[in-house]
Design a protein around this ligand. Structure first.
Ligand SMILES: *Cc1c(COP(=O)(O)O)cnc(C)c1O
Length: 380
């Protein structure tokens, strides 16, 4: 006798969600033979992003969010021996490019209202590094994690006090707003990601945003092998091959047409979860502080303990539903064992007790019902 495993439809944490026009843009790339890391779709995609972000944003489309962070650091002059402050509670890609440049990250813990970089600990970290090394960190990487804006004004004020530029990691926060201004357009340099699981996708891609055309020009120069202005190939700087493909930018153009729909769908998922699970003592959500608007890229819950978190995660997994513990803080990662960090236990607690629920914009109401039924059952 063969045992037939229980197979119900797989529900992913966050899967790509195409609109209706992406293929037309891609087709036009083929028809015009712009199969290259430049072309009309790249120009168009950058324009669509600029129009969306407003706030005088200048956008350079690149091959990944990670590449955009790398370029941002390079543009700000980060090099061997420098220190760069980075939010500890984030995905490793926020910090990896610091190491590509031979610089050292300094990790700073989160506060409890947004789960992002704590302004108090940030200032402590800056002062501590100045007394330890005699110089200020070269940049601050702050992250709008899960789409929730960080405390932009407070972070900006400290950054200005010490004259340190801010790299705004908005990889998870396209469509979020801080006091009415779009995330991605708020830092000295802003970073977007269009990876497959993000709010919109080009399958893989990213963008660097700034309000200074000189920064954009520099980003494009560095992203296209740092070629000097000469008829032959001449280089007086080390460059990268980081520009976005015109084929993939076509997907991005189509995705920009549905971005607002994607944001509402994700926010509706969050509302559904809150309405359905909000009355349980074991489940807490992260509310939006006054003036903060999150795209709710992923809906996260906080449980009272690791064991309850795991009970929910495993119950979902058994039913072929993907959920994921919150990001493991970078100061806890084996690879960053010896990295300086200023922490107070906040992100460690979030990591232990928090879970991301499926949050794709293509989830159906019946999917959300299936998920919440299982969570309720696990808690009963
Ligand atoms: C996805 C992500 C990145 C990296 O973007 P890629 O396009 O995948 O390279 C950086 N930071 C955060 C917070 C992310 O979630």
């Amino acid at each position: 006798m063969t045992i037939v495993p229980k197979v119900s439809k797989r529900i992913w944490l966050s899967s790509p969600h195409m609109g209706s026009t992406e293929q037309e843009y891609v087709k036009s790339a083929f028809e015009t033979n712009w199969i290259a890391p430049l072309g009309p779709n790249v120009d168009r995609f950058e324009q669509y992003l600029q129009d969306y972000l407003q706030n005088s944003s200048k956008v350079a489309a690149v091959s990944s969010g990670t590449g955009a962070i790398h370029l941002a650091l390079e543009i700000l002059g980060v090099s061997n021996g420098d220190e760069v402050i980075c939010q500890s509670f984030t995905f490793s890609a926020s910090a990896n490019p610091i190491c590509y440049l031979g610089a050292t990250p300094v990790f700073v813990d989160s506060e409890k209202e947004t789960w992002n970089i704590s302004p108090e600990l940030l200032e402590q970290a800056i002062q501590q590094r100045i007394s330890a090394t005699g110089k200020a960190p070269k940049a601050i990487i702050a992250v709008h994690l899960y789409g929730m804006p960080y405390k932009v004004d407070e972070v900006q004020q400290i950054a200005e006090k010490y004259g340190i530029p801010v790299i705004e990691d908005s990889a998870e926060a396209l469509g979020s707003k801080y006091k009415g201004t779009k995330c991605g357009s708020l830092g000295t340099l802003g970073v977007l990601s269009f990876n497959g699981n993000k709010i919109i996708t080009t399958s893989g891609g990213g963008a660097l945003v700034s309000r200074d055309e000189k920064f954009r020009q520099r980003a494009i120069f560095l992203a296209t092998q740092a070629r000097d202005d000469a008829p032959h190939y001449q280089h007086s700087a080390i460059g990268y091959n980081y520009r976005m493909s015109n084929v993939l930018a076509g997907i991005g153009c189509g995705q920009m047409e549905v971005l607002e729909d994607r944001v509402s769908a994700r926010r509706n998922n969050h509302k559904f979860y809150e309405d359905s699970l909000g009355s349980f003592d074991e489940i807490e959500f992260l509310p939006e502080p006054e003036g903060f608007s999150s795209n709710r890229w992923l809906t996260c819950i906080l449980t009272p303990s690791f064991s309850i978190r795991e009970k929910i995660r495993l119950a979902l997994l058994e039913e072929n539903i993907e959920s994921r513990p919150l990001w493991k803080p970078l100061h806890m990662q084996p690879v960053f064992k010896t990295t300086p960090s200023i922490t107070d236990g906040t992100s460690e607690g979030l990591f232990e007790r928090g879970l991301c629920l499926p949050s794709g914009s293509n989830l159906l109401e019946e999917d959300l019902e299936r998920i919440t039924d299982i969570v309720k059952e696990a808690l009963s």
